[in-house]
Design a protein around this ligand. Structure first.
Ligand code: ADP
Ligand code: F6P
Length: 313
């Protein structure tokens, strides 16, 4: 099952789960439309061909959904019944932290569930990277590179809003990779006057353009742009990248990550494990209890944040 926001590489993870399970002679089903489809019994038997020709595709062939009803005990019982009626005794949930919360509930209801981290936000503990982060990062870098051409040509300041409801990883990594001058992320409070000072310092040394990357969790880049317009004599332009960051062909890194994590989830189910979240740390496959992963607050690497400042003086 895939759940929550789609991310590039989810299909590669689905393929790995299905193929690894079939390799071990298990019966496999695909659950469509996340917890919503699970409650409604939108579940189909899967075979080798069901996951052919998908490793390179973005999105998720299982579709995804968000469901408020599943957050209730009644909704969860409906979902459990659908699994039990089909004799399904293990479930792999590919999704973000909300999906993990749902998976944890299913564990409480006795379903052997394993979580696979699929979100572009990279905001799940117990793994260095989530599936989709690398692809989204590269999509953002391409966009910033293009905007930089215009910023340079027109000697303008640009604010670029990137995704990350609670996490600044996409903003931080893309800023470093694209050489942005200023980064605003939810993990580190910012002072608009400091941003103004940075811009003024740049102007003094005849820097004609500037790129400010804003993580959506900080607030609206449009509003921050308005504030800057009032506090400076600049005419900043704002680009909100929005949902073009979530789709697209998964990168090689995401395909490999997804293949390894999906297969590992099946291996854990085969040895009777449940309630675990898989991840990759220092290039090694790891697993932690889902409940533990959910308790850990997401943090960013502050040394990377400092580095970005040192490199964009
Ligand atoms: P993501 O997995 O990308 O973080 P969401 O936060 O939207 O996406 O979560 C996906 C779905 O997981 C929700 O629509 C809901 O059905 C389920 N979910 C989220 N939180 C809980 C919870 N506390 N209990 C049960 N299910 C939950
Ligand atoms: O969780 C992934 C994410 O892309 C967030 O960064 C973003 O805030 C959210 O999904 C957007 O969700 P929706 O597709 O519901 O607008």
């Amino acid at each position: 099952m895939t759940s929550g926001g789609d991310s590039p590489g989810m299909n590669a993870a689905i393929r790995a789960v299905v193929r690894k399970a079939l390799f071990h002679d298990l019966d496999v089903f695909g659950v469509y439309r996340g917890y919503l489809g699970l409650m409604e019994g939108d579940i189909q038997p899967f075979h080798l061909g069901s996951v052919g020709d998908i490793i390179h595709r973005g999105g998720t062939i299982l579709h995804s959904a968000r469901s408020e009803e599943f957050k209730t005990s009644e909704g969860q019982k409906r979902a459990v019944k659908q699994l039990q009626d089909r004799g399904i005794d293990g479930l792999v949930v590919i999704g973000g932290d909300g999906s993990y919360r749902g998976a944890d509930k299913l564990v409480e209801h006795g379903i052997a569930t394993i979580g696979v981290p699929g979100t572009i936000d990279n905001d799940i503990a117990g793994t260095d990277y989530t599936i989709g982060f690398d692809t989204a990062l590269n999509t953002i870098i391409q966009a910033i590179d293009k905007i930089r051409d215009t910023a340079t040509s027109h000697e303008r300041t640009f604010l670029i809003e990137v995704m990350g409801r609670h996490a600044g990883d996409l903003a931080l990594w893309s800023s470093l990779a694209a050489g942005a001058e200023t980064i605003l992320i939810p993990e580190i409070p910012y002072d608009i006057d400091e941003v103004v000072k940075r811009l003024e310092r740049g102007t003094k040394r005849e820097k004609k353009h500037s790129i400010i990357v804003v993580a959506e969790g900080v607030g609206s880049a449009i509003e921050i742009g308005e504030e800057l317009k009032i506090k400076t004599n600049l005419e900043p332009r704002v680009t909100v990248l929005g949902h073009l960051q979530r789709g697209g062909q998964p990168s090689g890194f995401d395909r490999v990550l997804a293949s390894r994590l999906g297969a590992y989830a099946v291996e854990l189910l085969l040895v009777g494990k449940k309630g675990l979240a898989v991840g990759l740390e220092y290039n090694r496959l790891v697993h932690y209890p889902i409940a533990e992963v959910l308790q850990q607050e997401h943090t960013i690497d502050e040394s990377m944040y400092e580095l970005s400042h040192h490199l964009s003086i």
